[in-house]
Design a protein around this ligand. Structure first.
Ligand code: 3H9
Length: 696
């Protein structure tokens, strides 16, 4: 055995324990230990059955992701798993925590599985741009049937122990993994030779025999083509399980897995996996720890306020939502109730759970109603005087609370000065719809204390969010870069592109929606109002608004919409308006290819990212990637804008920006100094020096 895999005897049952904290990932030493342990018990006449279990908080959560991209080390997981399945003594997997990926694949090859309540089982490889690579696509359909297997492999969503029992993935739910698994193993040992999962064909017989059943499965579960390579590969592997002899299906799965593992997309997903965890890590001074607020308040019952209050109640934290307008408060409460009622109607939540969450939600119309809260998130309208007033008042009502603002643009340092304790003020910038969107920009103001920063990050994680710490500037990281893209959209429209060209280029790149359709969805008047307030103009966007084309809500924006439809349709009227605007401004129009549009929209954004990095507004390039993938729909399989730029090569990015600057005459298109320096050094944004973070 090895240090990471032990084997002890409980009378006639061998108990193999994997102990590789934190998540028992299957690194080479673990694989070797498991292989040796399985081999050792085969010839031991005193062993009648075997249990595989894990120490610590979880059963194996998968292959060790950090080994991908390096030369594979023997024994390979498929070989270990084959040895488990071929064991002459029955093997029982004792599951707890999260049995995921390669971990679940081990369990699938065991002859039986038992789980404690609360265990979650899944094949999440698709979220890493992969498919299961050790028989998951071949054995899972044999145990749970093809329909459930397609759903699990293609969504990556885990199932709970009760579902697993009902579907045949586990044989029993037990109170205590080890003792119950040993007892279970002893019982099955008395029932003769173990049955291998590979030989269990009854659940796949129908789909194996009928092409129309397979076609229906694919139609039901395969997502529409969106540039990701893993889903079609998963479908191919699952179909192989239904149509090929087991060993051939296994070989097909492995070949598909290896090509994905060694490809660009899964490397991009791995980058994001590491980046999301790194972004939540803080270098805190010794002795500083996050607080765990037990009671929260949200100021403002608009879309954002109600959404944020929902997040608190969803996480089990009692929350008071305050709005001076009883009408807004009633509307906000109704929005929340409808969100949960919808989940109940879809079978995603029980009525009892909804009632419990409703019980966590209180409302009030006076700021004094937030008394007793340990964190307050202000989500009132975006006006500095309003926010400063609220913060000045909160200062006295909740003298010890963390005071957070959800502002998207305003200067948090200015807001903090309205209080007597700017050290306790921080930004928590949620994205809409708040209960759904994972990203939260945690904005560290000039005086925010490390304790408050740590509290904000930990709170965001408790709410199930992906926090990224950013500094104060107009729009922080995400919206500051978005603004650059919006400016470029306007510039391209004037220079010759049409909305459908722009959206087609970016959806072709992998965004779910193009910027023009997004504008139409959220309403073009929002940005219009902001421009008017700042005395700024965007000729085409302004003229659309002036013509009453405010987006989907008026049935017309950059596109036109048939009544009741959300499908953007090109509109000759818009084309005429755009061409006339170009003429009026004396801008010559020309054609732009999709590749050129992608460059023209995204490279200036990357350039802004470089400035953001050198100003220390973001700490790492990877933080910017996490923000754009989780908050703005940048395709995850491209790893985020800065990672994408690194893959293009910064010398190429620099040269293209120089060419764009020459064509547009726009000084901000000139490559940023950091980009130039890195390109000269042959380095990437990933190598950019991190700004020194000073503790307040
Ligand atoms: C696979 O299995 C392929 C096979 O089909 C075929 C192979 C041939 N490897 O998320 P957390 C680290 S693909 C290495 O903060 P939580 C993680 O980086 C894999 N390390 O905790 C972090 O490190 P640090 C399929 C891993 O409690 C620490 O563990 N499996 C791995 O919020 C704690 O993680 C998956 O995709 C790993 N596989 O969540 C599961 N997993 O402390 C991916 C985690 O240094 N993992 N680490 O930052 C997860 O979904 C979550 O980590 C889990 C725990 C739910 C397990």
């Amino acid at each position: 055995m090895t240090d990471l895999v032990g084997c002890r005897r409980d009378r006639d049952v061998a108990v193999i324990t994997i102990d590789n904290p934190p998540v028992n990932a299957l690194k080479a030493e673990v694989r070797a230990g498991l292989m040796a342990a399985i081999a050792a018990v085969q010839d031991d006449p005193d062993v009648a059955a075997v249990v595989i279990r894990c120490a610590g908080r979880t059963f194996v959560a998968g292959a060790d992701i950090s080994e991908f991209g390096k030369p594979p080390l023997a024994p390979l997981l498929p070989d270990v798993i084959r040895a488990v399945e071929e064991s002459r003594k029955p093997v029982v997997a004792a599951l707890h925590g999260t049995a995921l990926g390669g971990g679940l694949e081990i369990a699938l090859a065991c002859h039986h599985r038992v789980a404690v309540p609360g265990t979650r089982m899944g094949l999440p490889e698709i979220r890493l741009g992969l498919i299961p690579g050790s028989g998951g696509t071949q054995r899972l359909p044999r145990l749970v049937g093809p329909d459930r297997a397609f759903a699990m492999v293609l969504t990556g969503d885990p199932i709970d122990a009760e579902t697993a029992l009902a579907e045949g993935l586990v044989d029993a739910i037990v109170a205590d993994t080890e003792a119950a698994a040993v007892a279970f193993a002893r019982t099955v040992a008395a029932h003769g030779a173990p049955v291998r999962t590979r030989d269990r064909t009854e659940k796949i017989a129908e789909a194996a025999a009928k092409p129309e059943t397979r076609e229906a499965l694919v139609a039901r579960h395969a997502p529409k083509a969106d540039g990701r390579e893993a889903p079609p590969a998963a479908v191919a592997a699952l179909c192989a399980a239904l149509t090929l002899p087991f060993d051939e299906g296994l070989a097909r799965e492995r070949a598909l897995f290896v090509s994905l593992r060694d490809g660009d997309q899964s490397a991009a997903y791995r980058h994001l996996f590491a980046a999301e965890r790194e972004a939540a890590r803080l270098d805190l001074p010794a002795g500083v720890a996050a607080r765990k607020p037990a009671r929260a308040a949200v100021i403002g019952a608009g879309t954002m306020g109600a959404g944020i209050a929902t997040c608190f109640a969803n996480a089990g934290i009692p929350v008071t939502m305050v709005d001076v307008s009883p009408e807004s408060l009633a509307r906000g409460s109704e929005t929340i109730r409808k969100t949960w009622a919808g989940a109940v109607a879809r079978g995603k939540m029980t009525q009892a759970e909804m009632d419990r969450r409703l019980g966590l939600l209180a409302t009030g119309t006076a700021l004094a109603d937030v008394a007793g809260s340990e964190v307050v998130v202000e989500a009132a309208i975006e006006e500095m005087t309003v926010k400063r007033d609220i913060f000045a008042t909160l200062d006295t009502i909740v003298p010890d609370a963390v005071l957070a603002t959800n502002t998207s643009y305003l200067d948090i340092d200015d807001i903090a000065q309205a209080t007597t304790r700017p050290r306790q003020v921080v930004g928590l910038h949620f994205f809409s719809p708040a209960p759904v969107m994972k990203l939260v920009e945690v904005v560290r103001a000039r005086e925010t204390s490390p304790e408050v920063l740590a509290t904000a990050v930990s709170l965001a994680r408790t709410l199930g969010k992906t926090p990224v710490v950013v500094g104060v500037c107009h729009g922080f990281v995400g919206n500051r870069m978005l603004r650059v893209r919006s400016t470029e959209v306007e510039r391209l429209l004037l220079a010759g592109a049409l909305p459908q060209d722009i959206d087609g280029a970016l959806t072709g790149f992998g965004f779910a929606m193009g910027p023009c359709a997004v504008g139409d969805l959220s309403g073009l008047d929002i940005a219009w109002r902001m421009r008017k307030a700042q005395g700024a103009r965007a000729e085409i966007a302004d003229r659309l608004c002036e013509a009453g084309r405010l987006g989907q809500k008026t049935g017309r924006g950059y596109f036109r919409y048939e009544p009741g439809s959300r499908t953007p349709l090109p509109d000759p009227e818009v084309e005429a308006l755009i061409v006339a605007t170009s003429q009026a401004l004396g801008v010559a129009r020309r054609r732009f290819s999709a590749d050129e549009i992608v460059e023209r929209l995204l490279l200036p954004m990357v350039n802004e990212g470089a400035r953001i990095l050198s100003e220390g507004i973001a700490q790492r390039a990877a933080d910017i990637d996490v923000i754009w993938v989780n908050g703005y729909g940048f395709p995850a399989y491209r790893g985020g804008p800065m990672y994408w730029a690194d893959r293009l090569g910064l010398a190429h990015v620099r040269d293209r920006l120089t060419a764009i600057a020459a064509e547009t005459g726009e000084p901000s298109h000139a490559p940023a100094p950091l980009l130039v320096d890195l390109a000269r050094a042959g380095a990437g944004f990933a190598d950019a020096p991190r700004p020194g973070v000073t503790a307040n």
